[in-house]
Design a protein around this ligand. Structure first.
Ligand code: MN
Ligand code: MN
Length: 294
């Protein structure tokens, strides 16, 4: 019994999980970057708030019957050293993600703003498709003078991986320009209202997965209704519940999934509930991914 047990508290790690990198299956990285945020900045504090909330969650998942602490080997790398510029930050992010994926690990990225997804997907290489849960389409060609921001990164992704390799679920805060772009270019989307009203949403998402060999998941926290998750950069009413999101993912998840991120938690607007919802979503996705891995 030495100082490690008695005299110091451990550094904050996601759920206290500290598998060494070499032995880990999952590698978590925070990206405290929100430089292009336009309405409510502050998602740079997201990784810290989500880690803090994660400490208070039970490790056992009723959904999968797995215990995160005992059965999920996750290494929390800490946070990326971000820069002030978008491009510089995305390059650094790409370097780290490239190493994680090159070592055969499953990357789990905590935002930060949604633009970071562009840097991750770029690092994943050819042939990757993107499944996005977001109130927004983020498909504008330009927004407030910027061509690479949280409101336009998905348009840049269509140029990188092709619009037919993207599915957006839960969209409801959209412009006519974005909708027309999606329709014209074969980008698949499911509206927030369809998720609430229609049967068989998981089947539609599952069909998208079966069309692809590698799929990256991105969850913009604003896909969840603001009554559950108010502390996001751009809240928008009439969203889905966390249970709906997780049940869809549990239904469709298979071995084509190659990584995921959760972005846009802006904890300064929170009483803690958004951070706890976000931490729980990460918990459950990890547990779902582990249960498929077998
Ligand atoms: Mn977004
Ligand atoms: Mn959004």
């Amino acid at each position: 019994m030495g100082y490690t047990q008695l005299h110091v508290s451990p550094t904050l790690l996601f759920s206290g999980l500290s598998t060494p990198f070499d032995e880990a299956d999952f590698v978590l990285l925070g990206v405290p970057f929100d430089a292009t945020s336009t309405y409510r900045p502050g998602s740079r504090f997201g990784p810290l708030a989500i880690r803090e909330a994660s400490e208070n969650l039970e490790a056992y998942s009723l959904r999968t019957g797995l215990d995160l602490e005992e059965e999920v080997r996750l290494c929390d790398l800490g946070d990326l050293n971000v820069l002030g510029s978008v491009e510089g930050t995305l390059d650094r992010l790409g370097t780290v993600v490239g190493e994680v994926v090159g070592a055969g690990k499953f990357p789990v990225i905590l935002g930060g703003e949604h633009t970071i997804t562009y840097g991750v997907v770029r690092a994943l290489g050819d042939g990757v498709a993107v499944l996005s849960f977001d109130a927004h389409m983020d498909l504008r060609d330009e927004y407030l003078g910027s061509r690479l921001s949280h409101a336009t990164f998905m348009r840049r992704l269509t140029e990188l991986i092709g619009p037919r390799n993207i599915m957006e679920v839960g969209v409801r805060a959209i412009s006519r320009e974005e909708l027309e772009f999606a329709e014209t270019n074969g980008l698949r989307y499911i509206t927030g209202r369809e998720v609430i009203d229609r049967e068989g949403i998981a089947d539609i998402v599952g069909a998208f997965l079966s069309d692809h060999k590698r799929v990256y998941l991105t969850v913009d926290m604003d896909v969840i209704d603001p009554s559950y998750a108010p502390a996001v950069g751009n809240p928008f009413p009439e969203g889905m519940s966390p249970t709906t999101l997780l049940d869809i993912l549990h239904n469709v998840w298979n071995d084509v999934m190659v990584g995921f991120d959760l972005v846009e938690v802006s904890p300064l607007y929170d009483g803690g509930q958004t951070a706890i919802q976000a931490a729980h979503i990460v918990h459950e996705v990890l547990s779902i991914a582990e249960s498929i891995k077998g």
